[in-house]
Write a protein of this length. Structure first.
Length: 151
């Protein structure tokens, strides 16, 4: 007897929603058999789901994942699939390394701006609330002359 997986089993195993499985089914990645209204997934569907989710975690698009998965069933088969996978991994790695370099540059710039702001703040010394003077009403001319007279 063939082994089948229910939609509930796969959603629990992989931590995805039923909607996600139906989406991958609609996209042609998964092809469950039907027994009445119940979807039953074959071991191959389970493997494809595992590959799809791994590909998504690695940052591949669905089109790239489809290319990699479908390569297995076509000539040159598994070796072609693995060669394509390696090429996509190299490309993805380069993208991520470029992003890392951009992030490193941005972090260095933030550090530089922060050092400058802290240095300038140290030059200004303790100033208290910068907006305190703006919030207090200025004395009227009469009050100012009264204070002068009291001295």
């Amino acid at each position: 007897m063939a082994t089948y997986f229910t939609i509930t089993q796969l959603t629990q195993e992989f931590g995805v929603t039923t909607r996600t499985l139906r989406f991958y089914e609609a996209e042609g990645f998964l092809k469950p058999v039907r027994r009445g209204r119940q979807r039953l997934y074959r071991p191959g569907d389970r493997t494809r789901l595992k590959l799809i989710l791994r590909g998504k975690r690695l940052g591949f698009s669905l089109a790239e994942i489809r290319d990699i998965i479908t390569m297995y069933d076509k000539a040159p088969g598994e070796s072609g699939q693995l060669s394509l996978l390696i090429a996509r991994i190299e490309g993805r790695r380069e993208e991520l390394l470029a992003k890392r370099r951009d992030i490193d540059v941005t972090l260095a710039e933030l550090d530089e701006v922060e050092r400058g702001a802290r240095a300038r703040l140290d030059q200004l010394g303790p100033t208290g609330d910068l907006f305190e003077a703006l919030e207090q009403p200025s004395p009227s001319p009469a009050a100012a002359s009264t204070r002068e007279h009291d001295r």
